[in-house]
Write a protein that binds this ligand. Sequence first.
Ligand code: GTP
Ligand code: MG
Length: 354
Amino acid sequence: MGCLCTKKKEKSELKEKIINDNIDEDFDRIKKKLAQDVKILLLGGGESGKSTIFKQMRLIRDGEFSDEEIDQFRKLIRKKCITQMQILIKASTKLVIPLKKTDEAEELLKFKPTTTIWEEEIGNLIHELWNDPGIQKTYEEKDKKFHLDDSANFFFDEIERISSDYYVPQNEDILRARTKTVSIVEEELIVNGFKFTLIDVGGQRSERRKWIHSFDDVTSVIFVTSLIGYDQTLREDHSVNRMLESLNLFRELFTRSWFKKSSIILFLNKKDLFQEKIKKLDLNVCFPEYTGGKNYEQALEYIQNQFTEVSSFGGNENRKLYPFATNAIDTSNIELVMIGVLDTILRKNFQTLY
Ligand SMILES: Nc1nc2c(ncn2[C@@H]2O[C@H](COP(=O)(O)OP(=O)(O)OP(=O)(O)O)[C@@H](O)[C@H]2O)c(=O)[nH]1
Ligand SMILES: [Mg+2]
């Protein structure tokens, strides 16, 4: 009897120490063991940044992308430069915005998106067009009138480097290149010495019906939402606001009680782009009752509160939501945040053990 009491006391002291951040080697060993059973699922709408976070985690584990991947991304990035500029040219016609470089626009439209051969001429045309005031004016209308990748301007600015015969995509280029996910990808990853499993799924509406197949044994869900979605519409339905869709999706996770026992972590992603956008565009375009103005902190807090409210509704009052503002392009930001995420999950798992 006495022995049992001592053991119980030891465990509760150990637990206390972990909770109080007093970590020593023993606790680290326990946490490493617990981490092996941790399965984190990335969920969220299309283009919120799930795969970029997944890529970052692989980069943190491996230190670099493989030669095969680099080769694939070189082709993808160059193809994107053509198709994204073609979207801008077509949008300028639709919006009746005159261009100075009409010959160049006509030339670029002749290239098929499927073209695999890069010609120097393509790079020159894109460079000329990107500097055309008409294309710049059209670019300002993106999100409101038509869709363009969030990273399009980054690649246009870098077109000279991308056009070079010796072009090797850098890590940042690969992280910024967008491809819609149409499958479920699962990998074992390592952060801060802790091995765990991360799962990436497609976020567009047509992909969501596959989500259910990856729900088994999930320890935690990282719900990713794009902060700049407040004036954007869905690619799959131009009448639906991205941020409101994300909130609805988040609500669905709670009301369907899919993850009753899992920790829910919220990534308020694209904070770098949000910092710029909020200076120009008030959040009240999406939430008319918001009165904080074009202020980053106020707007971020307001959005976070919208999600917290959803998470604490209808029987979930005592459920804690763990929010983080993230920039998925920034490796050190994601590494730091993931250390925090794992720590949160492991502490919670440890607490449920005893
Ligand atoms: N600047 C910036 N761009 C980001 C950030 N997160 C993602 N992106 C870009 O946003 C685009 C979409 O990101 P993805 O990671 O492919 O989005 P996803 O959620 O996986 O999208 P689906 O697979 O369609 O569900 C890519 O071009 C990324 O480089 C961020 O924090 N900052
Ligand atoms: Mg994806």
